[in-house]
Design a protein around this ligand. Structure first.
Ligand code: PLP
Length: 402
């Protein structure tokens, strides 16, 4: 009898039920060398990341601008902390879920650059208010009573920035007249504090040359400054004139009268930024490591990174500057042509037929088209310095689109 029980007990103790697997996964010791990382892996070059953070912080300081980075790019409290340590006044988020994660990690100044129009979400936002200075986007008068009511119930004044459409044609009031009308209304609510105006000229991602990028940035800045002046001339307080994307931060930010820039992607950069001429490849801090898992034809290399790692993004807002689904570094003749969920299919370009290709089991390094999407899909970012893995940063707000 006892003979029958013992092996059974032994088997139960070792069974890998889901909780057991989860616990094992979290305690796995991280690889200490880049070459030992299991793939697909999302790696961050710490030196390049810090260069990107420092360079934008220096630009902001030199131009007497506040820097309020958009953390939807990385969703990582570790990176937000580095941005704040480098001089950022606070952060921008798109989602309340992101705000909750960042507030829990100790960020004390958060601007939600998005319209929040349901009671549940407004209450969640204001629940952060005791410890956090908050502001939210508005572009519609119908949103104001809800925001005011919730702020009053929380015993706080909620900061408000009016969103202006500077050409993206997403959210935002269309012109100075509409901004003025909305600003006047905001000023009538006791628990709302008009802080200023903001825009995001995301249409820049459809630009086809660096001069077009610069032109869109200058337009973004001058439009916003002219609207701010109109509002001020009517006695309305406009402390913040907030602009920016990664491609336009420096041109819009250089316009006199702009007070704040909100780039996000700049911490990583990616194939889209390279294609737009914003930075060279060397300034891309985020890379995806993938392994060659199949070589089924002479012109085809199959990788273990597909759309669930790299994203299907070929750029928002009409981007035309990328080819395929990422740049495979060191293999210029290979184009990442197709992705399925867990496979990336790279094909040799016709004019490179016969040139050497990575072999089965080789690791390749990819600069993704859109790094923000890649970070959101990852559970953690492996931090590398040279060939060493020195840290592992959880993407604590990944998937927090709530
Ligand atoms: C409102 C707003 N501000 C700032 C940014 C940051 O732009 P980028 O990621 O180009 O740096 C975005 C990006 O989507 C945005 O939507």
């Amino acid at each position: 009898m006892s003979m029958a029980i013992r092996p059974k007990t032994f088997a139960v103790q070792n069974v890998e039920h889901p909780l057991h697997l989860e616990r094992k996964d979290r305690t796995v010791r991280p690889a200490t060398r880049k070459d030992d990382l299991d793939t697909p892996a999302v790696v961050i070059d710490r030196h390049v990341l810090d260069t990107n953070i420092a360079e934008m912080a220096r630009f902001a300081a030199d131009h007497h601008l506040k820097l309020r980075p958009h953390v939807k790019a990385h969703k990582s409290p570790d990176i937000a902390r580095r941005q704040i340590d480098a001089g950022a006044v606070g952060i921008t988020v798109a989602k309340i879920g992101e705000a909750e994660v960042m507030a829990a990690a100790g960020v004390r100044d958060i601007f939600v650059a998005n319209e929040i129009v349901t009671p549940t979400k407004v209450d969640r936002l204001l629940a952060l208010s005791p410890k956090t200075r908050l502001a939210v986007a508005v572009d519609n008068a119908a949103n104001l009573p809800l925001l005011d009511r919730s702020a009053r119930a929380t015993g706080t004044k909620l900061g408000v920035l009016i969103e202006v459409d500077a050409g993206l044609h997403r959210c935002g009031v269309p012109d100075a007249g509409a901004a003025l009308e909305l600003a006047r209304l905001v000023a009538t609510f006791a628990h709302l504090e008009l802080r200023g105006i903001f825009t995001h000229a995301g249409q820049v991602y459809g630009a086809s040359s660096p001069s077009e990028v610069a032109e869109i940035g200058r337009h973004e800045g001058t439009l916003m400054v002219s609207i701010a002046e109109i509002l001020r001339s009517e006695g309305l307080p406009v402390d913040e004139v907030s602009v920016g994307s990664t491609p336009t931060a420096k041109t819009a930010g250089a316009v006199t009268g702009v007070t704040e820039i909100r780039p996000g992607n700049y911490v990583f950069h990616d194939a889209i930024q390279v294609g737009l001429g914003v930075v060279p490849e060397a300034r891309c801090s985020l890379r995806v490591l993938a392994t060659v898992i199949s070589r089924p034809a002479a012109d085809r290399v199959v990788l273990d990174a597909g759309s669930k790692t790299l994203g299907l993004d070929r750029g928002a807002h009409g981007t035309s500057v990328v080819q395929g689904f990422g740049r495979i570094l060191g293999w210029p003749g290979l184009r990442l042509e197709r992705l399925s969920e867990e496979h990336g299919v790279a094909i040799t370009a016709p004019d490179t037929a016969g040139s050497p290709l990575p072999r089965l089991g080789d690791t390749v390094e990819i600069i993704p088209n859109h790094a923000c999407v890649v970070a959101n899909l990852a559970r953690a970012l492996a931090v590398i310095e040279g060939d060493r893995v020195t840290d592992r940063w959880p993407v604590a707000a990944s998937g927090r689109s709530d």
